[in-house]
Ligand binder design. Structure first.
Ligand code: ZN
Length: 165
């Protein structure tokens, strides 16, 4: 009898704890995606290419931005490793500005997207716009690159949970 009670308490604890540590996301945050050539380096802007949880938060983010009069456009979602590698070489071994600091991007894990301001000639010039968006992003549970300590990445948003790889 004692063992059964202990087991029930154990189960109760599991159910109390797991929604918080995100077992759900760990097990289920995996979508079905169209087959693609992973050596393709084209830019992908489709929210359906994000992990289910990232997509859910992205939609919530977009909705709240719209409510606040912020005209957000998605510029990129999922990124093949082939494209990430090319971006990484840019400004290092190939011409251009350095645009990324890592080969190991959340974009390649379907847990990041980039935005810019829509309907403007200067999609990256409005600092206040990005500040407000970042605030909303954080409120819906995303990690905005706006708050990155080392290298600020203003257009970037990612799903960051310590239990997710
Ligand atoms: Zn990004």
């Amino acid at each position: 009898m004692k063992k059964i009670i202990l087991f029930l308490i154990f189960l109760l604890l599991i159910f109390m704890v797991f929604p918080r540590v995100g077992l759900y996301e760990f097990v289920f945050d995996r979508g079905e995606y169209d087959d693609r050539n992973e050596s393709s380096t084209e830019i992908i802007k489709d929210l359906d290419e994000l992990s289910p949880k990232t997509k859910e938060l992205a939609l919530e983010f977009l909705e709240r931005c719209e409510e606040n009069g912020l005209d957000v456009r998605i510029t990129e979602t999922y990124r093949t490793q082939a494209r990430q590698d090319i971006l990484y070489e840019q400004g290092r071994t190939t011409p251009g500005l350095v645009v990324t600091w890592t080969k190991n991007s959340k974009h390649t894990k379907r847990r990041a997207f980039d935005i810019c301001k829509d309907n403007t000639d200067d999609p990256y010039g409005d600092v206040e716009f990005f500040r407000k968006c970042a605030q909303i992003g954080r409120e819906v549970g995303l990690t905005p690159g706006y708050y990155f300590d080392e290298v600020q990445d203003i257009p970037h948003y990612e799903l960051n949970r310590w239990w997710l790889p």
